[in-house]
Write a protein that binds this ligand. Structure first.
Ligand code: NAP
Ligand code: ZN
Ligand code: ZN
Length: 346
């Protein structure tokens, strides 16, 4: 199947038009026309090899929504004409304890990433959502409510689930105090979900001009992380703090904000290691944890939650020729709050 997309030819290269072949429809595959594709900061990290060597040419994009155009003979979950979404992985071993429990994102044998990975032949790169057409196994795609703003649903496939999953896992609810560090693509979804779950929600930001937006999105409080008095006043008061920061940062000021048994959960993945004094964690039995996207059942659960609560991402829809500028603006924390590419422009 011929596909038109946008790719980085080599590490750190500009994103430019790229035509390629997708696999023909297998028995359990669904083909769809991409409608919108979100730009995640992970796309930028991988194009720039912030996390180590990547596979090129790279068609990034793992926040993909579209409309089904064809289904293989064995497909039961989807029909032609339905909305469909694909996130950060497109396959996994299906037999390990994590896959069997629906936690495919922690597959013991490694899930197949939507891009920057290889097809089962071991040589063809997987190509992501910056393209007009997509083919996916029905078990690695989700349904999307028809009345949700379509462009605003694309970021749910990564930014949304990446915050929904730890908020659920660590029990955010009425009576808990949640902090979200960084008001970007992931962070603004965290605010919406934390608020919808009833938790008292605080945004920590290094961008003072985001205060009004944070409160509009559902935050109860907004703290500028460089204001040391404000930070000191909040010591030992949080149950859960989630860091979405993409750049190098000091964790210590946030660890100090955790109550006994409080958890600081990292979802942002800066390239460099963190330094932390054990003396900050031990006395209050604090936890430092990580969380990676969500499994397929939880991805559908989040989509349904968004349908019920009318939650979508705040997006700036762009054409494909704006991707490189969008990357620069994302790195500069100048995104409100997710760039989404209109697939008609691929
Ligand atoms: P984003 O839209 O660029 O948001 C990141 C936010 O971090 C910025 O808006 C900014 O918020 C804050 N920030 C950026 N640079 C900073 C700096 N130098 N100092 C302090 N704060 C800074 O990125 P995103 O798409 O949300 O992704 C965030 C991170 O999560 C990336 O590292 C990405 O790779 C990772 N990620 C992980 C998963 C997972 O499954 N764990 C999934 C998706 C993405 P303020 O302006 O409010 O300070
Ligand atoms: Zn992502
Ligand atoms: Zn597995």
């Amino acid at each position: 199947m011929n596909a038109h997309g946008y790719a980085a030819a080599t590490a750190k290269a500009k994103i430019t038009p790229f035509d390629f072949e997708r696999r023909e429809l297998g028995p359990h595959d669904v083909a769809f026309d991409v409608a919108f594709s979100g730009i995640c900061h992970s796309d930028i990290h991988q194009v720039n090899e912030d996390w180590g060597p990547s596979i090129f040419p790279m068609v990034p994009g793992h926040e993909i929504v579209g409309v089904v155009t064809a289904v293989g003979p064995g497909v039961e979950k989807f029909k032609v004409g339905e909305r469909i979404g694909v996130g950060t992985f497109v396959d996994s071993c299906r037999t390990c304890e994590y896959c069997l429990a629906g936690n495919q994102q922690y597959c013991a044998n490694g899930q197949r990433a939507t891009y920057n990975d290889y097809e089962p032949d071991g040589t063809t790169p997987t190509y992501g959502g910056y393209s007009d057409k997509f083919v996916v196994d029905e078990n690695y795609a989700v349904h999307i409510a028809d009345d949700l703003d379509f462009a605003g649903t694309a970021p749910l496939l990564c930014a949304g689930i990446t915050l929904y999953s730890p908020l659920q896992h660590w029990g955010a609810k009425a009576g808990t105090r949640v902090g979200i560090i960084g008001l970007g693509g992931l962070g603004h979804m965290g605010v919406k979900f934390s608020h919808a779950l009833g938790a008292e929600t605080t945004v920590f930001s290094h961008s003072p001009d985001k205060r009004d937006d944070a409160l509009r999105l559902g935050a109860d409080h907004f703290v500028i992380s460089s204001e040391l008095d404000a930070m000191r006043a909040l010591r030992a008061t949080f149950d859960l703090i989630i860091s979405t920061v993409s750049a190098d940062m000091d964790l210590a000021p946030y660890v100090e904000l955790l109550k006994v048994d409080g958890a600081l959960v990292l979802v942002g993945i800066p390239g460099k290691p963190f330094k932390l004094n054990a003396g900050l964690i031990v006395p209050k039995r604090r936890t430092i944890a990580g969380s990676n996207t969500g499994g397929m059942p939880e991805l559908q659960e989040m989509m349904d939650f968004c349908g019920e609560h009318h939650i979508t991402s705040d997006v700036e829809v762009i054409g494909a020729d704006y991707i490189n500028e969008a990357y620069e603006r994302t790195i500069a924390s100048d995104v409100k709050y997710r760039f989404v590419i209109d697939a008609a422009t691929f």
